[in-house]
Design a protein around this ligand. Sequence first.
Ligand SMILES: C[S@@+](CC[C@H](N)C(=O)[O-])C[C@H]1O[C@@H](n2cnc3c(N)ncnc32)[C@H](O)[C@@H]1O
Length: 266
Amino acid sequence: MKKQNISSVLRKLKLIYLADWMRFYWQQFKNRKINNNFVKENPNVKLPPDYLIYESFRINYPKYYFTSMEGAKELVGRIEKHIELKNKNILDWGCGPARIIRHFPTIVVNDCNFYGTDYNKKTIAWNIRNIENVQFNNNSLEAKLPYKDNFFDVIYGLSVLTHLSEKLHYEWFNELYRVLNKGGILLLTTQGTNFENKLTETEQRGFNNDKLIVRGNVLEGHRTYSAFHPKKFMENLFKEAEILEHIIIPVSGDWIPQDIWIVKKP
Ligand SMILES: C[S@@+](CC[C@H](N)C(=O)[O-])C[C@H]1O[C@@H](n2cnc3c(N)ncnc32)[C@H](O)[C@@H]1O
């Protein structure tokens, strides 16, 4: 049986959480040496508890910290192609344990203000205690943010839509659009055509008919709740906005990159 079919059976039998816990312990065990070395060599780096890293990424401390610092620089480069980062309000929507936003204050130095929001209470509590120069907020799963209309010049959400239902795609897009300023930039990542091989045959048929594919049967927002995004679905989601870029990075080895969508509020 193919891996994707096994996962669909586990999901139906409600065993996917158990499989996910086993994966957590396996990752923790597998990476123990590189993680212990990281702690010895970088005693001043504040690290979230393993489960918080796992829920949003993978338990590999050098990747959580150093590779993500490079990822944050690359992200800033992509955003700066479209907007000057000076005196701007920047939001990381679905920031998890601050993997990316924690680096922004040292990378973007031109009087910008940094914000992070996530629906996971524990991750936001950790961020508030440990990460400086970023203001954090705990939002609900539903699309509701405490910010004023047009407040942000830049909003990015890395692998957040990938954990939401179709209904919440539309509702969150509207909410993010509400708090985005005119001329502001929204950058979101999705599981596009690079992920087609991961889909079952039935899912592939839906995907090729431009339907959002959603693997539910678990709590929405959780890492095991997964959505896959055809191009036309995204274009329709963004119909009010101006699409500036749709970037598909080629698959390389084990790494399957998500699509990057950059849109502007005209
Ligand atoms: C795959 S993780 C990515 C985390 C972070 N963006 C990163 O790249 O490290 C998905 C994140 O989305 C968050 N999330 C899921 N649903 C959300 C929602 N409705 N609002 C805000 N955050 C949400 C999860 O708690 C988790 O931190």
